[in-house]
Design a protein around this ligand. Sequence first.
Ligand code: AMP
Length: 113
Amino acid sequence: MENCLFCRILEGEIPSTKVYEDDQVLAFRDIAPQAPVHILIIPKKHISSLSEADQLDDVQLAACLRAARLIAKQENLTEGYRVITNAGPHACQSVHHLHFHLLGGKQMSEKMS
Ligand code: AMP
C-alpha cells in the first residue's frame, strides 16, 4: 500500500535490519528498541491492524506467530519473550500495518499496560 512505512520496508525502499523472511512474513529489528531484543513481525499482505484480521487468511496470520517462535529460538531467548500487537489509538498504534512486537532479552514487568 502506498505511503505505508512497512510496505515500503517490504519493497526495500526503506532499509531495515532483516532477521527473518518467508513467503508470508518479514521480520526486522525495531528502530527504537524497548528491550535488548525488539523485533517487528509483519505479514506481507497489508492490513492496518488486528482489527482487520478478517481480511487476512489464517495461514498468514498463523505465520506471524510461527515466525515469532522461530525468531525467539534464533535470538536465543531461552528465558522467555513477549509478543504484543497494538491495535488502534487506545493501544498507541503508530504504524498502520499489522505488526507483532517480539520483545525479550531482559526480565519484563508483570504489568502489561
Ligand atoms: P506501534 O506503535 O505498535 O505501531 O509500533 C510501531 C513500531 O515501529 C515502533 O516500535 C517504532 O519504533 C517502529 N518503527 C518505526 N519506524 C521504523 C523503521 N523505519 N524501522 C523499524 N522500526 C520502525
